[in-house]
Design a binder for this molecule. Structure first.
Ligand SMILES: *Cc1c(COP(=O)(O)O)cnc(C)c1O
Length: 386
C-alpha cells in the first residue's frame, strides 16, 4: 500500500471510495421504476462518509432528493452546493423554522405547534413552507397516528404558508421477509394515503421504503424510496444480501507510530490486560482510539491488517491510540525478512491484499450493527475521497 494517500497532519484517516458510492447509487436506482424517485439518506455526515461529497456523487448517479436528520446537516448540504430537495426526517425546535425556510429544507411535520410556527414564519418571509407529513404506522417513534392524519391536515391546511409535498412512514421490520407487522404497517400507510385523498387532500409524494424495503418490497416503492445504508455498500440485513450486490465505500487506515520487541511478560496498555507470551512478539502502536470512534469494547477483540496479513489488537484501546501484536516467527505473506516498521499502513476497516475487515465483522465483535460502526468514526479523522 505504498502509494496510499493520507492527510498530512495525522497518521490516521477514513478513505471514502466515491466510485463505490456511485455504483451503489446506480444499483438502487435500477431497482426503481421510471417514475419512482430516489431519496438518499445522508444524515449523520452520510453515515460517516462525508455528507457533501457523497451527496454530490449520488446526485450524478440518480439521487433525486436527500434526507437529513438535523437542521445543521441540511445547511451543510446547501452551503456545499447541493440543490436537490432536502427533507429533514423529523421536527426540529420551533426556534429553527426560519433557518429551514432560509435554506429551503423541508421538515417532516407531525405536531400542530411546529406546523403553525413553520407556516407563520413562511408567511413572514413571503415563502411557502413545504413539508412532508410523517405518519406513525407502528414504529411508535414519530408521526401522526393513521386515524389522526385527516384531522391533522384539516387543522393545518387552511394555513397559506404551508404546502404538503409528501406523506411518509417508516417501517420497523422491513428486513424480515413475510412479516405480519410489516404488512400491518404497509396496510395502515396505504389506508392513510387513501383516506387523505378521499378527504380531498393532496398527500404529495407517498414514500415508505428504506434500504431493506426497497430491495425486498418493491410493491411499496410508491412515489419515492428512501435509501440509506445500501448506498454506502453495506447490507442492512442478511435477507437483502442475496438480492443486491454492493461495494463498501469506507476504509479506515492509519500508520504505525512505534514498534518495539518487549521481553516476555511485559504488559501492554491500561491495566496491562495483555502480556507478551513468548519471544519475538512485536508490539506496534497505532494513533487511533475510542475518541475516533473505535469502541473500547473492542479491546483484545479485533484484528488489523498490516502488509496483507491479520494481526491481533492487544491491550485496552486508549482514547487516542491502540497497540497490536505481530508474532514475528509466524509471519507468512508479510515478507519474512521484514518486520512491522514505523510508518507501515494499518487497515482497521477495509481491504489490504487478500485480507478484508468489514464493518459487519467489527459490528459483530462489538455486538452492534454496521450502521453504528461507520457512523462512529468521528470527525477527528479526515475523510479522504479516493
Ligand atoms: C435513516 C432513515 C432511512 C434510511 O434507512 P436505511 O436503513 O439506512 O436505508 C429512511 N427513512 C428514515 C425515516 C430514516 O430515518
Amino acid at each position: 500500500m505504498a502509494s496510499v494517500v493520507y492527510p498530512e497532519r495525522r497518521w490516521a484517516w477514513v478513505e471514502v471510495d466515491l466510485n463505490a458510492i456511485r455504483k451503489n447509487t446506480r444499483a438502487f436506482k435500477s431497482l426503481l421504476s421510471r417514475g419512482t424517485k430516489m431519496m438518499c439518506a445522508v444524515k449523520a455526515d452520510a453515515y460517516g462518509h462525508g455528507a457533501v461529497e457523497c451527496a454530490k456523487a449520488m446526485a450524478t448517479s440518480g439521487a433525486d432528493q436527500f434526507a437529513v436528520a438535523t437542521v445543521d446537516e441540511g445547511i451543510e448540504l446547501r452551503e456545499g452546493g447541493v440543490t436537490q430537495p432536502i427533507l429533514m426526517l423529523n421536527e426540529s425546535p420551533v426556534e429553527s423554522v426560519a433557518a429551514l425556510l432560509e435554506y429551503d429544507i423541508m421538515p417532516a411535520i407531525y405536531t400542530t405547534d411546529f406546523a403553525f410556527a413553520y407556516g407563520e414564519q413562511a408567511v413572514r418571509m413571503d415563502k411557502v413552507g413545504k413539508y412532508h407529513l410523517a405518519v406513525d404506522t407502528g414504529m411508535t417513534r414519530i408521526g401522526v397516528l393513521p386515524e389522526e392524519a385527516v384531522e391533522f391536515r384539516h387543522s393545518i391546511d387552511f394555513h397559506r404558508g404551508l404546502e404538503c409535498a409528501g406523506t411518509f412512514t417508516h417501517f420497523a421490520t422491513a428486513d424480515v421477509i413475510g412479516d405480519w407487522d410489516f404488512k400491518q404497517q404497509a396496510k395502515r400507510f396505504e389506508d392513510t394515503v387513501c383516506a387523505l385523498r378521499d378527504a380531498g387532500f393532496d398527500p404529495g409524494l407517498a414514500h415508505c421504503d428504506n434500504t431493506p424495503g426497497t430491495v425486498l418490497h418493491p410493491e411499496f416503492h410508491y412515489d419515492m424510496c428512501r435509501v440509506g445504508i445500501g448506498l454506502y455498500g453495506l447490507q442492512p440485513a442478511d435477507t437483502t444480501a442475496p438480492r443486491i450486490q454492493l461495494t463498501p465505500a469506507m476504509s479506515v487506515r492509519a500508520r504505525v507510530t512505534r514498534v518495539i520487541n518487549p521481553a516476555v511478560g511485559e504488559g501492554v496498555g491500561y491495566g496491562l490486560t495483555y502480556r507478551v507470551p513468548k519471544p519475538n512478539i512485536q508490539i506496534a502502536t497505532v494513533p487511533v482510539g475510542y475518541a475516533d470512534g473505535l469502541a473500547r469494547t473492542l479491546s483484545n477483540n479485533m484484528d488489523v491488517i498490516v502488509g496483507g496479513v491479520r494481526a491481533r489488537q492487544v491491550g485496552r484501546i486508549c482514547m487516542d491510540q491502540f497497540m497490536f501484536a505481530v508474532d514475528v516467527n509466524n509471519i507468512r505473506a508479510y515478507h519474512p525478512a521484514e518486520r512491522v516498521e514505523r510508518g507501515d499502513v494499518v487497515t482497521i476497516i477495509g481491504r489490504d491484499g487478500d485480507e478484508e475487515i468489514t464493518a459487519d465483522e467489527m459490528a459483530e465483535r462489538r455486538g452492534t450493527i454496521n450502521y453504528e460502526v461507520v457512523c462512529n468514526f468521528s470527525q477527528r479523522l479526515d475523510r479522504v475521497f479516493v
